[in-house]
Write a protein that binds this ligand. Structure first.
Ligand SMILES: [Zn+2]
Length: 168
């Protein structure tokens, strides 16, 4: 391990311990979504190999380094009112995605169980849009988002049903 790598790990650990998202990620959302997205980046990053294996096993898709980099390094999430009826938005080749605040506002947030299940829905949406940002087709993005949702469910024992969660 190089000194540079050790320093990066130390800095990352310090940021995680203080509850701040990694420096390379940008999140522009209001709470509780800022905290949700930050927790998603933190957990997927920490357990990326397991996340990747789960998705690949359930989809038959080989996840590319672009997708890994979105979750571990350069993913940029902006919560905004899309006003299009769509949940998310992305541009192939661009590391930023948008998540609709109208959709987010309809996800229940009364209990701890709601928080776990809400994050499963949000990680599904992030995976869907990051997949598109890495040039995935709609069919492939759908497979990946279902599997990302499933990984979060089993990892955090997130159970429930939200009528507006596309992975239900
Ligand atoms: Zn799509």
């Amino acid at each position: 391990m190089t000194l540079k790598t050790r320093l990066l790990i130390a800095v990352t650990a310090a940021l995680a311990a203080s509850g701040i998202a990694r420096a390379a990620h940008n999140i522009n959302c209001n709470d509780p979504y800022e905290t949700d997205v930050s927790a998603i980046f933190y957990n997927v990053d920490n357990e990326y190999d397991d996340f990747k294996d789960f998705i690949e096993d359930h989809t038959g898709v080989n996840l590319q380094s672009c997708f890994e980099n979105r979750f571990k390094d350069n993913g940029d999430v902006r919560c905004t009112n899309l006003s299009t009826g769509l949940i998310g938005y992305s541009i192939p080749g661009d590391d930023h995605i948008k998540i609709d605040t109208g959709w987010l506002g309809g996800l229940p947030q009364s209990t701890d169980a709601d928080q776990k299940f809400r994050r499963a829905c949000i990680v599904g949406t992030m995976a869907h849009e990051f997949a598109h940002s890495c040039f995935s087709t709609e069919a492939r993005a759908e497979l990946i988002d279902d599997a990302a949702f499933g990984w979060w469910q089993q990892r955090f024992d997130a159970t429930g049903y939200f009528s507006n969660c596309p992975q239900n």
